[in-house]
Design a binder for this molecule. Structure first.
Ligand code: PPS
Length: 575
């Protein structure tokens, strides 16, 4: 059922090798192995289930060179994207990778053997040429070029695969289909024409209108076939997107559409990628494929210009129409026409008709501020899902990192702040006083530079996790070292969730004052040499260069200081 696969035969290696999979699995235990990267894992899944038909393995040098130069395999079949297995010189040596060798390929998540590769050749590709030919320029502003430079090893191994098992997934298992499964689904529903829609973004009303329009024009059904492998860095995460797709499916006329997830690692290669996507959809049984504006576009290059023209992808797919044997459904951008409450493609809207659009940037702004997102743009269920994953700033977590000398008043400020924030409500507030952390997390640590760094990083780790869950965190260690404080900031920012909500507050009460008001006599002990390496006495305190706020208990009252910190949060939209 469905459109014949690319090259004529579905290379479903899992089905082909099913009968010998136990033998292969046993053999794998005796073989040298390569633990795949996330991207290689995505490629392997589609190589073994037939999504990349007619490929039966990772490309050898002849195919690779031919694909890079001509968009065709050495045997002349159209295939625009190099699918390669990269290895280091070290792996080649230690695993004895050479023609004829058999290597087990393992899932990086659970170490399970997925396939055995029989090595055909090992070659050193010209990666600069690959960047220029495949992605358009050797410019690291292109995510795939950056990946090529940073994460790809210098040798490629070509060879055919025998499949042991498909990678195990735990998310949205029911929505994942192999080409064979999707083909039998189409057969069961008696779908003769299927328009496939590729996406890596949340879907809104425009996408629903576009796909329904495509189906209507071609008398076809719709396959929503979003990528859940690897997309462009910074994209909305796949969990959120799949929830969005699930709710948008309910907006299709009954029986018109079907949702299936594709574990593809995108390359953002624009025109070449569009041809590749079309081949993949053909392998999954689709008869039609939608190519919109700027298909699989990587954004701007390092000169601030688009890598590809907005309709380059449509042109290249058109050029290879005869070889592709899947019908392209080209679309221009869809705009909303308020007068008639409908969506129309840009090229069909008469001059002078008023239209409305909300750009991706504007949508992100509205999510951030909690500003309304109108009905004409999206559906309530979609907006609700996005708002859960991207809460407005007043629902996001934050970290107030107070640093200062012992007895500078930072603990008093921290406690007063906690009370003030609790009074406000809306968030759970965690207090990480130096003393508490030393007792609960860092009991075995001393006060060497290294131990203080470790202590600060533990605070950062806990703060990052809590912030990600929407909490307010007030930390108040001495944290005397600039490097450690900046590393803490990085840890919190890298954790995602909290969009940059880390504030370094220097409690700059002068040492003399901290010492004079020291009722416990700790400084006196340090002066007498009973405590060694005490901050401010015989150990340095590095004054923060990048404090977001500096306060001083000798010139400001505690309520004044608390108020200034509350204002800092308010100014940043967090209250
Ligand atoms: S740091 O630098 O961030 O790791 O320090 P911190 O975790 O905030 O710990 C400060 C508490 O430990 C007591 N203490 C010392 N501080 C600085 N230097 C040395 N050598 C030192 N030795 C012990 C210090 O009095 C703080 O005590 P409390 O009362 O628990 O805040």
């Amino acid at each position: 059922a469905g459109n014949p696969p690319h090259g004529g035969v579905l290379k479903d290696l899992l089905a082909r090798d099913d009968a010998i999979s136990d033998t292969l699995r046993e053999e794998a235990e005796t073989l040298p192995d390569i633990v795949l990267t996330e991207r290689q894992l995505c490629d392997l899944e589609l190589l073994t289930n037939g999504g990349f038909s007619p490929l039966e393995g990772f490309m050898n040098e002849a195919d690779y060179t031919s694909v890079v130069d001509t968009l065709h395999l050495a045997n002349g079949v159209l295939f625009p994207m190099p699918i390669t297995l990269d290895v280091s010189q070290k792996s080649i040596d230690t695993l004895a990778i050479k023609p004829g060798a058999r290597i087990a390929l393992r899932d990086p998540r659970d170490d399970e053997p997925l396939a055995i590769l029989t090595v055909e050749d090992v070659y050193k590709p010209d990666q600069v040429k690959e960047a220029v030919q495949v992605f358009g320029a050797d410019d690291p502003a292109h995510p795939a070029v950056a990946y090529l430079r940073k994460s790809i090893h210098e040798f490629y191994v070509g060879g055919t695969l025998q499949a042991i098992q498909a990678p195990t997934h735990f998310d949205y298992v029911a929505l994942r289909y192999t080409p064979a499964e999707l083909r039998s689904h189409f057969k069961k529903l008696a779908w003769r024409k299927v328009v496939a829609f590729q996406t890596r973004n949340p879907m809104h009303r425009a996408h629903r209108e576009l796909t329904v329009r495509a189906a209507r024009q071609r008398h076809a059904n719709v396959l929503i076939h979003p990528v859940v492998g690897l997309t462009k860095p910074g994209d909305v995460d796949a969990f959120t997107r799949v929830r969005v797709y699930q709710s948008i499916m309910e907006k299709y006329p009954n029986g018109m559409g079907h949702l299936a997830l594709l574990p593809l690692a995108m390359r953002m290669a624009g025109p070449r990628e569009a041809v590749w996507h079309a081949i993949i959809r053909k392998n999954f049984g689709a008869t039609h494929f939608i190519v919109g504006r700027d298909h699989a576009g990587p954004g701007k290059n390092s000169q601030g210009k688009d890598f590809y023209g907005p309709y380059d992808a449509q042109e290249l797919v058109t050029k290879y129409h005869d070889e592709l044997q899947i019908e392209m459904v080209p679309f221009q951008q869809m705009s909303y026409i308020p007068a008639t409450d409908e969506y129309q493609p840009a090229d069909e809207i008469p001059q002078g008709v008023q239209t409305l659009d909300i750009s991706g940037t504007e949508l992100r702004r509205r999510l951030k501020t909690g500003a309304p997102i109108p009905d004409w743009f999206s559906y309530d269920a979609v907006v609700k899902t996005l708002r859960e994953s991207y809460p407005p700033r007043n629902k996001q977590g934050f970290v107030l990192f107070l640093t200062g000398l012992y007895n500078s008043g930072k603990d008093t400020i921290a406690k007063a702040l906690q009370v003030t924030l609790n009074e406000q409500g809306g968030r759970s507030v965690t207090l990480l006083l130096g003393e508490t952390v030393r007792q609960e997390l860092s009991a075995e640590l001393g006060f060497s530079r290294e131990d203080r760094h470790t202590n600060t990083q533990r605070i950062a780790f806990v703060a990052a996790e809590l912030t990600r869950a929407g909490a307010g965190v007030i930390a108040a260690p001495i944290a005397p070292h600039e490097e450690s404080r900046e590393a803490a900031r990085e840890t919190v920012l890298a954790s995602g969730g909290a969009g940059g909500n880390f504030f370094l507050i220097h409690v700059a009460t002068p040492l003399e004052h901290c010492e004079r008001r020291d009722r416990k006599g700790i400084y006196a002990k340090a002066r007498r040499g009973e405590i060694k390496g005490f901050t401010g006495v015989d150990d340095p305190y590095e004054v923060p260069k990048k404090a977001d706020l500096t306060v001083d208990t000798t010139t400001q009252s505690i309520p004044q200081i608390v108020h200034s910190i509350v204002l800092l949060l308010e100014t940043n939209g967090l209250l």
